[in-house]
Write a protein that binds this ligand. Structure first.
Ligand SMILES: [Ca+2]
Length: 378
């Protein structure tokens, strides 16, 4: 230790601390980094400041330790955030992959159900007069009743509807339009709206541009914010109905518990009459003059076993048929709509397919439409 030279400020000591040089002002206890002196290693420290130096060294050591600790904490925090983010990403991807796998399984189950329905249609066509059937070989009914099947640990449910049991839009006339009017009124549509809808559907199809009393032709559709023209030709898809005056999504698709009318309509039937063997109850109820008792007898007939159906439905109904004869038939078409859903475990996460199939021979068919996935509620 050596005192500072006289020509230097006595209050200023030079300290050598862990190889670094600094000056310290003893009056205020502050630090000034690096001294102006050239060779501090030859200058000792005053005895009276040695304890302060020791405190200063210890304080600086603690300060460095604190900085290191903060850095370590920051590194640990960043690593923790990175690991958490990676974990969440991996978890989300795993869930998405499982959902995709389940969706694909459900899709193929629905496809299996669709193919089963087509095979059942062939079986039905090839065995029209079969009276006695072994258990498990029953002919599928085409009135929309559900059938189920299993495949591995999955299941499918199918519904087949003969298009001749629905109201044929392309066979609609001013005379038989009353069936559609009744269907709309049974669904709670107001009378004036019913007239607008039925007249507008007839105007949409007919070739002229003269609208009926409550109908609509070009003059109406051209006045809309996004104008278009009446088709003046047959319907090619049921989706065209959304462009016809008066028809709304609520009426066509339903709302909540109230079903829409779309499942009761078709563009594929070759007849303008309703097939009593396959019409859904909603369409039967819309037939003018039909009573609840007649509907009940029709449904009873459908549930008879093959060997019990010794007569056609016309004979089964007897004189009651005269009341509704103008609107009904017992002739089946060769066009069927099929709803197929596939599911495993939780039926809420199901996959639905909706198709319209034309059977053209013993083992020949073609799709008229195929929606996969569909919004079917079957
Ligand atoms: Ca027209």
């Amino acid at each position: 230790m050596k005192c500072l030279p006289e020509n230097l400020n006595r209050d200023l000591c030079i300290m050598s601390f862990r190889g670094a040089r600094a000056t310290r002002n003893l009056n205020d206890g502050g630090f000034l980094k690096i001294s102006p002196f050239g060779r501090n290693d030859k200058i000792g420290c005053c005895a009276k400041v040695s304890n302060r130096d020791h405190d200063f060294q210890r304080s600086q050591r603690f300060s460095e330790t604190g900085i290191a600790l903060i850095l370590v904490l920051w590194v640990v925090t960043i690593l923790a955030v990175a690991v958490l983010s990676f974990s969440l990403t991996t978890r989300s991807e795993a869930r998405a992959m499982l959902a995709y796998k389940e969706g694909m399984e459900n899709k193929f189950l629905a496809e299996a159900g669709l193919r089963r329905a087509i095979l059942e249609l062939f079986y039905r066509k090839n065995n029209p007069q079969q009276q006695v059937l072994r258990e498990g070989f029953e002919i599928f009914q085409c009135d929309g009743r559900p059938y189920t099947g299993e495949l591995g640990d999955g299941r499918y449910r199918i519904r087949i509807e003969d298009e001749s049991g629905k109201i044929n839009l392309n066979g609609l006339t001013d005379a038989n339009g009353v069936v559609l009017k009744n269907l709309l009124m049974n669904r709670g549509v107001a009378d004036d709206e019913v007239n607008v809808i039925v007249d507008s559907i007839l105007d949409w199809r007919d070739r002229d541009n003269i609208h009926r009393l409550s109908g609509a032709e070009d003059d109406y559709y051209q006045s809309l914010p996004r104008p278009y023209r009446a088709k003046n030709a047959d319907f090619e898809t049921l989706d065209e109905l959304f462009r016809v005056r008066g028809l709304t999504a609520e009426i066509l698709l339903g709302t909540g518990e109230q079903k829409g009318i779309l499942p009761c309509l078709t563009i594929y039937s070759k007849s303008d009459k309703i097939n009593l063997n396959t019409a859904p109850p909603e369409v039967l109820k819309a037939i003018p003059g039909i009573s609840g008792e007649i509907i009940e007898r029709i449904l009873q007939y459908r549930d008879l076993k093959p060997e019990e159906k010794v007569q056609l439905i016309s004979g089964w109904l007897g004189p009651d048929l005269n009341v509704i004869a103008a609107y009904v038939t017992d002739a089946e078409s060769n066009v069927y709509s099929i709803d197929a859903i596939g599911y495993k475990g939780n039926e809420k996460r199901r996959y639905a397919i909706q198709a319209v199939v034309m059977v053209e021979g013993a083992q020949k068919y073609r799709f008229l439409s195929h929606k996969s996935p569909s919004l079917s509620e079957s």
